[in-house]
Design a protein around this ligand. Structure first.
Ligand SMILES: [Zn+2]
Length: 145
């Protein structure tokens, strides 16, 4: 009820029909929402033997995001790989380890607090580039990739 009283009455009607200060940025909410159905993926994998991460010994449910171990064995959880990649990197406060694709992590330094702009300080190659892993191959076949 107390809504809509923000606009003080306009006396001078020069732009009488103009929108009064429509807020920008109201339309940005739409782009975000493409949700994948995780359940669907699981059912595809249901007849697969359980795959266990060699770092934390827990089952890997989402093989499509798993990485090979650094020694070429695998697969391991993405998060486990990420944690291991950071080991021994002596990160500065503004530095993080991030996945940069193609089986590689990198130490990145964020240049502002919003964490949008960053510089890659050094690459941490994780999986051997171009290596094909059997466990990944079978998953790709199942998804028809
Ligand atoms: Zn793990």
């Amino acid at each position: 009820m107390a809504d809509g009283n923000k606009d003080s009455k306009r006396r001078f009607g020069r732009r009488g029909r103009g929108r009064s200060g429509a807020r920008e940025g109201e339309r940005t909410a739409e782009a975000a929402g493409s949700e994948e159905s995780v359940d669907e993926r699981k059912s595809v994998l249901a007849d697969q033997p359980a795959v266990v991460c060699s770092i934390c010994d827990k089952q890997i449910f989402d093989l499509s995001s798993a990485l090979a171990g650094r020694d070429g064995k695998g697969p391991i959880h993405f998060d486990c790989a990420l944690a291991q990649a950071a080991v021994g990197e002596n990160l500065e406060p503004a530095e993080r380890v991030a996945y940069v694709g193609r089986g590689a992590f990198a130490v990145v330094e964020y240049r502002d607090k919003s964490m949008t702009a960053f510089t890659i300080k050094r690459r941490i190659q994780w999986e051997k580039e171009g290596e094909k892993f059997d466990w990944r191959k079978s998953i790709q076949q199942r998804f028809g990739l």
